[in-house]
Ligand binder design. Structure first.
Ligand SMILES: Cc1cc2nc3c(=O)[nH]c(=O)nc-3n(C[C@H](O)[C@H](O)[C@H](O)COP(=O)(O)O)c2cc1C
Length: 360
């Protein structure tokens, strides 16, 4: 049997067990559709999108490719009260960030009514868009959401950073589980324990999750070339999810400053930080991460993410990497390819060669 035919490729109705990781705030229709057209599963991150934007994005994805695609949403972490600062507290949060607003020439915002779109309307819009796959992070989607997705022919995936989370997702009824090791770029999507206490590497996590659940497992974190894909399949994964390596391609929505940082020397020592969003995430060290290292110095999620989100895109446009979120994973120095289609081709050739050699 070919490595290209797995439980995941059959479940997602795709030709290759390669999933493009969703990028909340940085997904692009071009990259997602390129990966889907090449036989993988192009995912698109909907973090912060309102229902109209979700519907419009799904339309664009469908126009760009008739192949299956995945949409991705963030759930609230169960038991975590959304922060509701009074005016004085909000002003204090803004004050910490004032020098950065000044540097990019943006007026600090006043306190909003809400920091995120209503989740139920986001989920409804995502289901109405009928993607092949709807994936979630930071929790277990409710039974009613999974049932509604299934009624619409949508496969539901959850994301685990520990074996316990994978078991909870399995018990909750998801159809597939992304097992994401701490090497991965972007947010640590832990929901049962603090992310700082859930830092399992992909090599250890994937086989344990494979042993603990009966649904297909998608390995994520630290996979950037054919060697990583072959290794993940050898660990028992049914597919891989690749983020950083696709983020650094020309089809991605990445800014030139972010790309330059991924190609620079600091990409070899990515760090985990709460400074930019209030939640733990892996990225390339920069000025704002260094200056806001003390968690007491900044707002909790989602306020910090909302506040820094007012100057980070401006900093990206102005080419100021010190004030951006330079999300990237530990495999970033492995990245050689700047075209997503060529990356897919190279991975396929390399995995073919590796398994051919091993068989020989
Ligand atoms: C910029 C960026 C944004 C991300 N946003 C999301 C997201 O919104 N939802 C999600 O499930 N994963 C998100 N991730 C994780 C990726 O989808 C993927 O699982 C991860 O990058 C895989 O690890 P790698 O970077 O080592 O390849 C993000 C990663 C990056 C680099």
């Amino acid at each position: 049997m070919s490595w290209k035919d797995t439980r995941a490729t059959r479940l997602f109705n795709i030709g290759l067990p390669i999933v493009l990781g969703p990028f909340g705030g940085l997904s692009s229709v071009e990259l997602s559709s390129t990966v889907s057209e090449a036989g993988g599963l192009g995912s698109y991150g909907l973090y912060g999108y309102d229902p109209e934007r979700i519907a419009a994005t799904a339309r664009e994805l469908r126009e760009a490719s008739g192949k299956p695609f995945a949409l991705n949403l963030w759930l609230p972490i169960e038991g975590e009260e959304p922060p509701s600062p009074d005016a004085e507290q909000f002003a204090a949060y803004v004050d910490v960030l004032r020098p950065y607003f000044e540097l990019v020439g943006v007026e600090p915002p006043s306190q909003p009514d809400t920091y995120l779109p209503d989740l139920d309307s986001q989920i409804q819009a995502a289901i109405d868009a009928r993607p092949a796959v709807l994936s979630f992070v930071f929790g277990v989607p409710s039974e009613s959401v999974i049932e509604e997705a299934h009624r619409n022919g949508i496969v539901v995936a959850g994301t685990a950073t520990t074996v316990d989370e994978a078991v909870a997702l399995h018990a909750g009824g998801v159809d597939a589980i992304v097992a994401t090791g701490m090497e991965a770029g972007g947010h640590r999507v832990s929901f049962l324990r603090a992310p700082e206490d859930s830092l399992v590497g992909t090599m250890a996590l994937v086989p344990q999750v494979v042993d603990a659940v009966s649904v297909p497992v998608i390995a994520a974190g630290g996979i950037a070339d054919g060697r990583g894909v072959a290794a993940a399949l050898a660990l028992g994964a049914d597919a891989v999810q690749i983020g950083s390596a696709f983020l650094a391609t020309r089809q991605s929505a990445i800014s030139p400053a972010h790309l330059a940082a991924m190609r620079g020397p600091d990409a070899a020592h990515t760090v985990l930080t709460r400074a930019l969003s209030g939640r733990l995430a892996r990225g390339i060290p920069n000025r704002i991460i260094a200056e806001l290292a003390d968690p007491a110095a900044h707002a909790p999620f989602p306020i910090q993410n909302w506040l820094t989100g007012k100057f980070r895109p401006v900093a990206a446009a102005q080419g100021i990497p010190g004030l951006m979120s330079l999300w990237a994973g530990q495999s970033t120095p492995l990245i050689r390819e700047d075209d997503a289609l060529k990356l897919m081709d190279k991975i396929v050739d390399s995995v073919d060669a590796i398994f051919g050699r091993l068989r020989g």
